[in-house]
Design a binder for this molecule. Sequence first.
Ligand SMILES: Cc1ncc(C[n+]2csc(CCOP(=O)(O)OP(=O)(O)O)c2C)c(N)n1
Ligand code: SF4
Length: 263
Amino acid sequence: MKGEVVTREKVYGSPKLRVPLPFRFFCPGCHYGVIVRLICEVLEELGIEGRAVGLAGVGCSFGPIPVAIDIDFTACPHGRAPAMATAIKRIHPEAVVFTVQGDGDLGAIGLGCFMNALLRGEKLTTIFLNNACYGTTGGQMAPTTILGMRTTTTPEGRDPRTTGYPLHAAELVATMKGVAYSARCTVHTPGNFRRAKKAVKTAFQKQMDGIGYGFVEFLSACPTNWRLSPPDCLKFISEKMITEYPPAEFKNIDVSELPVEWR
Ligand SMILES: Cc1ncc(C[n+]2csc(CCOP(=O)(O)OP(=O)(O)O)c2C)c(N)n1
Ligand code: SF4
């Protein structure tokens, strides 16, 4: 009726851990903000705000993410988040320690550091941000750039004869014995957001249960360097990225499936 004031129950709001930041921290249409929200929701739902420790790699996550999530969070030298996370976890085994790393940070400069943390079977969780380029420095080719994709260093499109083949991190991680969980997700639709939340929760749970490393790869839009509008980025993810990088759970084991010597 005209003039009637309708009050509605609030059913969805910002997570308490999500520190409101000015828009300029991420470009419009970047999925990093969505992933930050997802991490906050998971930490709150697991009730681990007080013992979670985050470590961000160098990249677009470096500045904003440690201040956007209201927990103990620091940034690391390029590619070295798994080493810093290892030290923190071993000194404070009760802490729930996780890294947030881009594909340049984890898959290029930090690949050795990451691989060794996996080989050691550290009880850590890693959120891997795959936007198929180096976002911060101007959109250069990353190990995850898909074949034929134009970047500032592959202006004719990535050619495997000169730059090799893309890194399939979630599949690779799943082959390693110290790993308890490995999945690839996207946040480009609400349904995928929900599935991704479940994956991140499981990856944290594996660490909390002392089973092993938990890893979640995210396909993430970078409108600025892909030179696409935010809606076209969603199309690019659903038509191109997902073909190269299918979202799936590649490993999910419990204690009974660990190698005998590991239990
Ligand atoms: C030791 C070192 N080498 C190079 C750089 C320059 N650098 C800063 S960010 C970056 C790329 C980060 O790309 P990615 O990990 O994909 O993260 P994104 O920016 O896409 O989030 C590079 C090479 C640096 N800061 N430190
Ligand atoms: S450059 Fe790309 S990854 Fe970085 S904030 Fe902008 S859209 Fe996001």
